[in-house]
Design a protein around this ligand. Structure first.
Ligand code: PLP
Ligand code: COI
Length: 341
């Protein structure tokens, strides 16, 4: 099967309907066998739990074409585990890990023609998601659910790829203390929509959220965790119970320590420390590592990498190593790369 005729090097980060999606239904206390289908439309009752009480969660991972032409994915076991935590927290049934991974494989195989070729800068984004499908009017969990995986080819999340972005410190919160900030619930993103639209209107690419209880410590942005580099080359990344445990961040911490011999500090980061760092970046499946050139803290501007219009040297090394591992150029730690085709 040939590749689709797309302008692979100029793909935006947006949805494109591909050939097949995976669908499984949970009814009478169990999941059915699931199947790949062509139809992209979802038909549910007007009173479905997802529509009334936002009972939904999701995941995000990517399939990559390696230098030697294989198609692989990166640590899908961790996406399955994180979705398990999201489901438990939202009173939803767990889609078993082995089945989650197999469904990722099946949907990528069925959409092989949509997997961007090696070297073009694009990847195939997989979006597993689950939602309550039966009618609920009192506030309670659904009894029936649908689990789906859609795939879509994507380019960089931030326009310009690795061009440094400007972000602002937000006064609003995305998560409550002891709330749902550490799971991938749709409601966390609904909460952030007003704020991201406002940020874009004001010329910022993202919002940095601080800890919701005291607004003292740096947490994460609406769609990525944050990395800092100190003057003496250490990697510092915020630790908090209300941020999403990013698989990219957890992987980069290991890459920093084991591959690049960079010292790592996972700890609370006070807002006052922002001027102490020399590089800053956002990390995630969509963001990969996107450099931050400037943080706007209520009119006070903090710049990174000497205000140069490029990614800094330490983040650049981390980014190249991670991408090298994902694209099969650099040997991966045991169990990180799952070969699909
Ligand atoms: N933080 C938030 C709020 C996100 O939406 C994401 C994206 O998944 C991340 C962090 C990065 O997580 P990961 O590296 O697992 O994609
Ligand atoms: C991801 O990186 O997979 C996400 O879900 C983040 C989202 C903002 C696109």
């Amino acid at each position: 099967m040939g590749k689709k005729n797309l302008d692979w090097s100029n793909l935006p980060f947006s949805y494109m309907k591909t050939d097949k999606r995976f669908v499984a239904n949970f009814k009478d206390g169990k999941w059915d066998d699931g199947k790949l289908i062509k139809k992209d439309k979802v038909c549910i009752t007007e009173c479905a739990g997802v529509l009334q009480y936002a009972q939904t969660c999701f995941e995000g991972l990517k399939a990559y074409t390696t230098q030697d032409g294989r198609i692989v994915t990166f640590r899908p076991d961790l996406n399955a585990e994180r979705m398990e935590n999201s489901c438990k927290r939202l009173e939803m049934p767990v889609f078993p890990k082995e089945r989650f991974i197999q469904a990722c494989f099946d949907v990528v195989k069925a959409n092989k023609a949509w997997v961007p070729p090696y070297g073009c800068g694009a990847t195939l984004y997989l979006r597993p998601y689950m939602f309550g499908t039966d009618a609920v009017i009192g506030v309670k969990p659904s009894k029936e659910y649908q689990f789906r995986i859609l795939v879509t080819p994507v380019g960089p999340y931030f326009k310009g790829g690795v061009k440094p972005i400007t972000v602002r410190i937000s006064d609003r919160d995305r998560a409550a203390p002891h709330g749902t900030g550490d799971i991938k619930a749709g409601l966390n993103y609904a909460m952030s929509l007003y704020n991201i639209v406002d940020a874009h209107k004001c010329g910022f690419a993202e919002n940095i959220y601080t800890d919701p209880a005291t607004h003292t410590y740096i947490e994460e942005t609406g769609g990525a965790n944050i990395l800092f580099i100190t003057k003496d080359g250490k990697l510092v990344t915020p630790k908090s119970d209300s941020i999403l445990p990013s698989i990219t961040r957890r992987s980069l911490v290991q890459v920093a320590k084991d591959y690049l011999k960079i010292e790592v500090e996972e700890r609370q980061v006070n807002k006052n420390e922002l001027t102490d760092f020399v590089e800053c970046g956002l990390c995630g499946t969509a963001a990969v590592i996107s450099p931050v050139g400037k943080i706007d803290d209520h009119g006070k501007e903090i710049t990174y990498n000497d205000n140069k219009d490029e990614i800094g040297p330490v983040l650049s090394k981390l980014r190249e190593t991670l991408i090298g591992i994902q694209m099969g150029i650099i040997d991966a730690p045991e169990g990180w790369i799952y070969e699909i085709i």
